[in-house]
Design a protein around this ligand. Structure first.
Ligand code: FAD
Length: 149
């Protein structure tokens, strides 16, 4: 698994009211309204282990936002910024299941850009697997064993 570093910035007081989240597809920036604030998230640097905000990447996000959502042009200077490392697997799918040879270990990781969204269904898969219940969602394709040569 490798880190997929992403940047985030928060406009505390949105200059416009946004009712729904959106993705600026060309710029690859996710826009999430959170009460009076708006969160912008984006960029993917594979293998970047540093937890320092990448100002160049952040600048690129700001340029795209100014072009696509000009209402935010004056709100992007004093934003709170943050960077995080997304857990990325070689085939882009999460890893959910028991690794071969370890009966007391269960993995649920590698959700890359979708860990918050997929957390609940992954939690359900883990609970059903550990309790021996019938699986609501088949997880064979997510098995850690798929990377074995
Ligand atoms: C900028 C950005 C925006 C995002 N936006 C979204 C979004 O809108 N929607 C969405 O669904 N997902 C989003 N994600 C992705 C989401 O954050 C991740 O998929 C999710 O956090 C992965 O969860 P995790 O528990 O697997 O890993 P993590 O959240 O990384 O948790 C792993 C934990 O393990 C700890 N740890 C690491 N090594 C050790 C060790 N050796 N011993 C003990 N503890 C250790 C770490 O400190 C960390 O707390 C975003 C990510 C980024 C970076």
């Amino acid at each position: 698994m490798v880190p997929g570093k992403g940047q985030h910035m928060m406009v505390e007081k949105s200059p416009v009211r946004l009712d729904v989240p959106m993705i600026l597809e060309d710029a690859r920036v996710a826009v999430t309204p959170m009460g009076d604030s708006v969160r912008f998230g984006g960029t993917m640097e594979l293998g970047a282990w540093s937890s320092k905000v990448n100002q160049a990447r952040l600048g690129g996000m700001k340029r795209s936002i100014r072009k696509i959502l000009p209402q935010f042009a004056g709100s992007l200077e004093n934003v709170k910024t943050w960077t995080g490392l997304r857990p990325c697997t070689p085939d882009g799918l999460p890893v959910v299941g028991r690794p071969e040879g370890y009966s007391n270990l269960f993995l649920a990781t590698g959700h890359a850009m979708m860990g918050m969204s997929l957390g609940p269904v992954t939690g359900l898969c883990v609970a059903e697997s550990l309790s021996g219940a019938k699986l609501t969602v088949p997880i064979h394709a997510l098995s850690p064993g798929r990377f074995k040569k």
